[in-house]
Design a protein around this ligand. Structure first.
Ligand code: PEP
Ligand code: MN
Length: 371
């Protein structure tokens, strides 16, 4: 067993695969409903249309809303739980709410919710997570853990482990993007590699994408949902409101029930594997070509770093500092221009050069320290 498998095995949590949950019918599992429960009529009308469509597996509605600034709508509170109970009892649609502390958990469980989710502002906080985990101990409820706001995989895993240790076996993760100071058309940067790594670390756990909170605008939801399906996510959480134009929170990113159905109808579901021999042979051939290029890249990086060490020695002999930022700006500028002409995105070139530069500095520092 290699090191990676070893680590995975050690981390294997006692989780029931999402395909075996009673609410799961097919991929994608669909969680839909308004950002916030606003009134009994809004909760019921939205739920009636969604239930009648037969396309939704779990209804969502925020009762306690974490808001960026005070004096914004902070949710209707516990009264909304009675409305959700009506959704469940009268329409037969399982229901879920967000919980952020012990009191929320007790209230939600008391009202018989089927599932709870832990929001991005809560999963950053191990104290809050532990409090929620303790309150959930022994409960028969599905739990979804959203990624923490900051792109920290270990923090996300830690939050999941705390809930798992409380004995929750129907446990899944929700990817809702990460906050960033970088300008982007999305509200939250997806950083798809982080949930992909989460899957490698906890392979038996379901993964849901929340394109509403990633995109921040309903215009992006279709494409983001397709991307999630192409990455083999198990489900989608899409904020759906009977009339988004009057929503009290996250107005821009909510869709109507008919828009939700249109999005689901356009999704193309590709299967993760096949036993078609022709396909397998071709893919194997293409993958071995990829391996050749990846090995070449490593060889090139090795030579690149050897050169950095030579330069480091040379700078040391002449008492010159390692960093010359004007030179680096020129390198990046030229590479971006060249790379874009080759069909690479500027973001990719920045990321890769940044990493190479950092590694180069590490090698030069090593040389500088040697006597
Ligand atoms: C939500 O789902 O409405 C919500 C507040 O989400 P997040 O924690 O992802 O911001
Ligand atoms: Mn929301």
């Amino acid at each position: 067993m290699n090191k990676q498998n070893n680590q995975t095995a050690k981390k294997r949590l006692d989780i029931i695969p999402i395909e075996e949950w009673p609410i799961y019918r097919q991929r994608p599992l669909v969680i839909a409903g308004p950002c916030s429960a606003e009134s009994e009529a809004q909760v019921m009308k939205t739920a009636e249309v969604l239930a009648a469509s037969g396309r939704v597996d779990l209804y969502r509605a925020g009762i306690w809303k974490p808001r960026t600034r005070p004096d914004q709508f902070e949710g209707v509170g516990s009264v909304g739980l009675a409305w959700l109970r009506r959704v469940r009892d009268e329409l037969g649609l399982p229901v879920s709410v967000e919980v952020a502390n012990e009191k929320h958990v007790y209230e939600a469980l008391k009202h018989g919710v089927d599932a709870v989710w832990i929001g991005a502002r809560t999963s950053v906080n191990p104290f809050a997570l532990q409090e929620i985990a303790n309150a959930l101990k022994g409960a028969d409820v599905m739990v979804f853990v959203k990624n923490p706001i900051n792109p920290d995989l270990e923090l996300w895993i830690g939050a999941i482990e705390r809930i798992s240790k409380a004995g929750i076996k129907r446990l899944a993760a929700i990817h809702r993007g990460f906050s960033s100071w970088e300008k982007s058309s999305f509200r939250n940067q997806p950083r798809w590699q982080i949930p992909v790594q989460l899957r490698q670390r906890i392979p038996n756990m379901g993964l849901i994408c929340d394109p509403s909170h990633i995109g921040g605008d309903r215009a992006f939801i279709g494409d983001l949902s397709q991307k999630a399906m192409d990455l083999n996510y198990d489900g989608l959480m899409i904020e759906t409101h009977i009339d988004p134009s009057v929503a009290l929170s996250d107005k821009k990113q909510q869709v109507t029930p008919s828009e939700l159905i249109a999005i689901l109808d356009t999704l193309i579901l590709r299967s993760p594997t096949t036993d078609n021999p022709e396909f397998l042979e071709t893919i194997e051939d293409l993958r071995s070509q990829i391996d050749v290029y990846d090995n070449l890249l490593l060889d090139i990086l090795e030579s690149r770093m050897q050169l950095a060490e030579t330069i480091g020695k040379f700078k040391k002999e002449h008492n010159i500092t390692i960093l010359q930022s004007s030179r680096w700006k020129e390198v990046v500028g030229n590479a971006v221009d060249k790379g874009v002409r080759k069909g690479l995105t500027p973001e990719f070139i920045h990321t890769i050069l940044e990493a190479i530069h950092q590694e180069s500095i590490t090698h030069q520092m090593k040389v500088m320290k040697e006597d």
